[in-house]
Design a protein around this ligand. Structure first.
Ligand code: SF4
Ligand code: SF4
Length: 371
C-alpha cells in the first residue's frame, strides 16, 4: 500500500499536473440508450459539465419520490467499492450483478472499472462509447546546456526519478510521477521544461442490461508499461456522471496503489473473499487496507463451501458477512461465456438483494455512529 505522505504528494501533484485530452474520434454518437451523447456534443461547455447537465433532470430525487429509495439522502451518490485482496475472487461478477440489481429497481447507476491494468467490465455488456479522453501528465525534460549540476532537483524528487551522470541531471521517465517539484526548485530558468506524457485513457459509455435498462460505465485504462495507474483510476472516477444515485467501483485486486486509488473516497467497501486459505490470507490484508483508509466495510464470501474459516474470522473480527454465495459450476460456465450469470440463472440474483440490504444496514449503522 502507498505510504500516506507519498499518496498525498501524488494526489496534490495529480491535481496540478494531470491533463485530459478529448479523443472525439473514438466517440460513437449512435447511442440507442438516451440523449447523453447528444448533450455531450455541446462544445461550449467543459466535458464534465456537459455530462452533468445531460443527466441531472429526473435523477435520483425523482426515483426517491416514487418510494424506491428510502435509506439515504437521494441527492447524494452512494459510492460502493467492490474490492478484494486476491485476484480471481469474483469481484467483477459481484460488481456487475450488484449494479444490475440497483438498476432494475430504478436507481441511476454508474459502474466504474477501476482495474486499469486489465479492465474487462465492458466485455460483459453491450455499450456505446460517448466520451473518451487521454490522461496525461507533465514530465520534466532537462536541457544539459543550461543545467548547472547543482543537484537540487535530484535531492527534491520524492520518487527517485532524477539522477546525476556526467555532471548533469537526467530523468528516469518510468519513475516520474509528474509532480513538478524539480522544475520549482531548479535555480536555472531554462534547465527544466515540461512535456506531456500520456499515461492512460478514460472512456465513458452507455451500457444496456439484459432487460433493456441502461446505465453508465466509465473505464480506466492504463497505458501499458507505465506506473501511473492510480492517476488513471482517479481520472476515471472523477469522470463518472455526478447525477448517479449509485456508483459501483470494480477495484483492482490486491492492496497496492491501484487498489487504494479505486477505494479512495468510497462510502463503503464490499470485500470479496474466496473461501480458501489463500482467500482468508488476502482478506486480512484487504481489511487492514480498508480500515487504514477509514472506509466502512463488509465481506461477501464467494464460492463458499466446506472451508468455513473465512466466516469464522469475520465473526471474530466483528465484520459483517453480507452473503455466502455457494460454489456453483453453472455460474462459472455462464461467466466463461461472457454473460451475466443472473441472466441465465435467475435464482442467482437473490444474493444481490441480500447484499443490497446488508449495505443499507451498514450505511445506517455508520450514519447512526457518526451522529
Ligand atoms: S522527476 Fe520531477 S516531476 Fe518527476 S517525480 Fe521527480 S520531482 Fe516530480
Ligand atoms: S536543479 Fe536544475 S540546474 Fe540543478 S541539477 Fe537539476 S536541472 Fe540541473
Amino acid at each position: 500500500m502507498m505510504e500516506p505522505d507519498r499518496a498525498n504528494t501524488e494526489a496534490a501533484a495529480g491535481s496540478a499536473h494531470g491533463r485530459r485530452r478529448n479523443l472525439s474520434h473514438l466517440m460513437n454518437r449512435d447511442s440507442a440508450c438516451d440523449g447523453v451523447a447528444d448533450s455531450a456534443g455541446d462544445k461550449t461547455k467543459p466535458a464534465r459539465v456537459r455530462i452533468k447537465s445531460a443527466i441531472a433532470p429526473g435523477g435520483a430525487v425523482e426515483v426517491a419520490q416514487q418510494g424506491m429509495i428510502v435509506r439515504r439522502d437521494p441527492t447524494q451518490t452512494l459510492h460502493i467499492a467492490i474490492a478484494s485482496g486476491k485476484g480471481g475472487s469474483g469481484k467483477t461478477t459481484i460488481a456487475l450483478h450488484l449494479a444490475w440489481a440497483y438498476a432494475r429497481s430504478g436507481e441511476r447507476v454508474v459502474l466504474c472499472d477501476c482495474d486499469a491494468d486489465a479492465p474487462n467490465l465492458h466485455c460483459f455488456l453491450p455499450g456505446v462509447v460517448v466520451h473518451a479522453s487521454e490522461v496525461t501528465e507533465l514530465h520534466p525534460r532537462i536541457d544539459a546546456e543550461h543545467c548547472v549540476a547543482c543537484g537540487a532537483c535530484v535531492r527534491s524528487c520524492a520518487f527517485d526519478a532524477l539522477y546525476m551522470r556526467g555532471g548533469k541531471a537526467h530523468v528516469a521517465e518510468e519513475l516520474c510521477h509528474g509532480c513538478g517539484v524539480c522544475a520549482l526548485v531548479c535555480p536555472s530558468d531554462a534547465a527544466i521544461s515540461e512535456h506531456e506524457v500520456v499515461v492512460g485513457t478514460t472512456t465513458r459509455q452507455r451500457i444496456a442490461w439484459p432487460n433493456g435498462v441502461c446505465s453508465d460505465m466509465v473505464v480506466a485504462r492504463a497505458r501499458i508499461g507505465n506506473n501511473r495507474t492510480p492517476r488513471v483510476i482517479a481520472d476515471a472516477i472523477a469522470a463518472a456522471p455526478v447525477a448517479a444515485s449509485i456508483q459501483i467501483r470494480d477495484c483492482a485486486p490486491g492492496c497496492a496503489c491501484a487498489a487504494v486509488a479505486g477505494m479512495r473516497g468510497a462510502d463503503c467497501a464490499v470485500l470479496v473473499a474466496e473461501a480458501t486459505p489463500f482467500g482468508l490470507h488476502d482478506l486480512k490484508l484487504a481489511v487492514e487496507m480498508t480500515r487504514t483508509l477509514g472506509i466502512p466495510l463488509a465481506v461477501v464470501v464467494n464460492r463458499s463451501g466446506a472451508y468455513g474459516a473465512v466466516e469464522q474470522w469475520c465473526t471474530d473480527q466483528s465484520i459483517a458477512v453480507l452473503a455466502c454465495i455457494p460454489d456453483d459450476r453453472q455460474v462459472a460456465e455462464v461467466y466463461a461465456s461472457g454473460r451475466l450469470a443472473g441472466e441465465r440463472l435467475p435464482d442467482y440474483n437473490k444474493w444481490y438483494q441480500t447484499i443490497r440490504d446488508g449495505i443499507d444496514t451498514l450505511m445506517h449503522k455508520e450514519t447512526a455512529c457518526s451522529k
